[in-house]
Structure formats: structure tokens, C-alpha cells
Ligand binder design. Structure first.
Ligand code: PHE
Length: 340
């Protein structure tokens, strides 16, 4: 009677499998194979149903006994492991699970490099509030209410009248005010690496939250040459190539005069790198006398330059990233690619 043999074999295998299971996972694997909905017990039950009626009389008790024995062996194994705790016997020779070291976010790392280059040139690292008064973010920077330049920087407004700053130039307003009040002494050499916000439709090249680097210098007799020299030093440091060139084109920003957009290139970079040929990177200019005056600084004595650049854009060209959403998406699988 082959089914009787099968039942006996099943019962024996169940006893061996459950008694030998070293941990909860092994018990569960055995249960699925033997007693699960697609386990061996199901085939045995089907064979029993198909058996001729005269054999069923003998097979019935055998089937029940085998199934019950397997279930008992299962419960015994569970009880045994519950007594020992989940892991079963402790194997002190087993290798520890691998630790995955954390890493610095690519933007944070680039931001720190920027700060290092600027501190080496005698700049101070400063910042201001993210939730900013209209006055500092716009009005003191020559962007009055109803000025069309406001349309270019739509933002999120708080119910108390403050907004999320649209650029780090708001920090210029604050520092000029402090200098005008005599709470800071001129000259100023400051750099901001900070988060800014815009009401933007998010796509591969726009995010509503991004990072700007703002540099500003107020001193006596500052010229565009100082600006170009500072930018060239910064970009040589960040790109790590000595042949970095900058090119200025006239541009309009209400808080500088003259204002420029800056392109960079480094012909020694491989041809597939964006800045192998001219690439637009940042805005800058000589601080508008009215902006200094708004802070209480006399533009007849003091002048200076300022510039602002997007850190994500720089990080994207550095790492060959094509989608800005990687930076704030929080997906570690993306970010780990840039860990080193
Ligand atoms: N704040 C400007 C922007 O966000 C950039 C800028 C900074 C331009 C300083 C000139 C001088 O677009």
C-alpha cells in the first residue's frame, strides 16, 4: 500500500525537520514545505481522497496520525525555540553583519569645500534666517513691492507676512544693516552656503528647495577685477583644474550695477564634461550704491561686489547627475553612488 508508506515517510521527515530546525526561520521553512497550503500534506490528502473506499478504512487513521504527529513536532519546535530565544544557540564564531558606513551628502560636501576655499581667502562663513522679512529679501535689495523682478522669484508666504527667502542675497541686507548700525566693522568679506526656496513646478532641473552660495565683499576701492579673481580662485579650487576661465556677460539684477552672468570653461576637462566648453554658472556684480545706502553704509566711501550661484547645478555637473530631485529625494540608493 504505497500511500501508507508515503504517510510513514512524511511523518518521519516531519519529525527530523522540526527537531533539527535551528531557528525560527528554519521551522517556518519546514512548516511551509510539509504542512503549508502547497506542502506535502496536500498531495497526501488528495491521494487519500482518490483511494478506493475499501482502502480508506485503513488509511484514514494512518493519515490522521501522520498529520497530527507532524503538527505536534512543529509545535514542539516552536516551544523549544521560544525557550531559547529567537536565534537558537549562539554561534560566537559567526561573522558580524557588515556595517555600512554613512557618508556625507554630496551637497554638504561641496558646500564645505566652498567654505574652505573662502575661509582660505579670509572670508567669514555666515547665514541668515530661512523665513525672512519681505524687506530683507526684496525691498532693501532694490526690489520694491510691485517691481516686475519679484515675478522671477515667486515664493511661499507665511501668515505673519514673512516669506521663505528666495535667495541668499537676503543675508547681504542683514549684514549691511549690522555694519550701518556699527554692530559690525567694515570691511566685510562673507560667504553664505544656504537653503533657498521658490514656488516652482518641480522637474529634472527645478526644485522648490535648493542651495545657494552667496559671496559679498564691502571694502574701499573694490573693482570688477577683485570679483573675477575671487571667482576664478573659487572655481579652480572646486573643479580642481588650473585652466578654469571665467567670462562675464552683462545681466540685470536690481541689487548690482553693473551686473553680470558668468560662464566658465576648462578646456582640459574631458569633452563630455559640461564645462569643457562655456557653461553659464552664476550671477554677480558690483553692489548697487542704493543697496549699501539702504543698510546705512555710505557708498561714497565703501563699495563692493556680490555673487550668487546654485550649488546643485555645480554638484550635478561634477557628478554627472541629470535630475536635481536626487538631492532632496531622500533615496539612499541614489545618494550612495556619490559617497566616497
Ligand atoms: N540672488 C541672485 C539670484 O538668486 C543671484 C545674484 C547674487 C546675482 C548676487 C548678483 C549678485 O538669482
Amino acid at each position: 500500500m504505497p500511500l501508507a508508506d508515503d504517510l510513514a515517510a512524511f511523518q518521519g521527515d516531519a519529525a527530523t525537520a522540526f527537531a533539527g530546525a535551528a531557528d525560527v526561520a528554519a521551522v517556518e521553512t519546514a512548516r511551509i514545505a510539509l504542512l503549508g497550503r502547497q506542502g506535502r500534506i496536500v498531495a497526501l490528502q488528495e491521494a487519500f481522497r482518490a483511494a478506493p473506499p475499501e482502502e480508506k478504512r485503513n488509511l484514514g487513521p494512518l493519515f490522521n496520525a501522520a498529520k497530527q504527529a507532524a503538527e505536534t513536532a512543529w509545535k514542539d519546535a516552536q516551544a523549544r525555540l521560544a525557550d531559547q530565544g529567537d536565534g537558537g544557540p549562539l554561534d560566537i564564531t559567526q561573522p558580524a553583519p557588515a556595517h555600512r558606513p554613512g557618508s556625507i551628502h554630496p551637497l554638504s560636501r561641496l558646500g564645505r569645500e566652498v567654505e574652505r576655499v573662502f575661509t582660505s581667502m579670509g572670508f567669514s562663513v555666515v547665514d541668515g534666517p530661512h523665513a525672512e522679512h519681505d524687506d530683507y529679501n526684496f525691498t532693501r535689495l532694490n526690489i520694491p513691492q510691485d517691481h516686475p523682478a519679484r515675478d522671477a522669484q515667486d515664493t511661499f508666504w507665511l501668515t505673519d507676512g514673512r516669506c521663505l527667502r528666495t535667495h541668499t542675497s537676503s543675508v547681504q541686507s542683514r549684514f549691511y544693516e549690522l555694519a550701518g548700525q556699527g554692530r559690525l566693522t567694515l570691511p566685510l568679506r562673507s560667504v553664505v552656503v544656504g537653503r533657498v526656496f521658490r514656488y516652482e513646478a518641480v522637474d529634472a532641473t527645478h526644485d522648490n528647495t535648493f542651495t545657494q552660495v552667496e559671496g559679498f565683499v564691502v571694502d574701499r576701492g573694490i573693482t570688477v577685477s577683485h570679483l573675477v579673481g575671487t571667482l576664478t580662485t573659487l572655481l579652480k579650487g572646486l573643479i580642481g583644474r588650473d585652466d578654469v576661465e571665467v567670462r562675464l556677460r552683462p545681466a540685470y539684477y536690481p541689487f548690482v550695477e553693473p551686473g553680470f552672468d558668468v560662464d566658465i570653461r576648462s578646456p582640459s576637462a574631458p569633452p563630455e564634461v559640461r564645462y569643457h566648453d562655456w557653461m553659464e554658472l552664476l550671477g554677480c556684480g558690483m553692489i548697487h550704491p542704493q543697496v549699501l545706502r539702504n543698510g546705512g553704509i555710505d557708498p561714497a566711501e565703501w563699495n563692493g561686489f556680490a555673487f550668487g550661484l546654485g550649488l546643485e547645478r555645480l554638484a550635478m555637473v561634477r557628478h554627472g547627475i541629470s535630475d536635481i530631485r536626487v538631492f532632496h529625494g531622500g533615496d539612499l540608493r541614489s545618494l550612495r553612488q556619490f559617497a566616497y
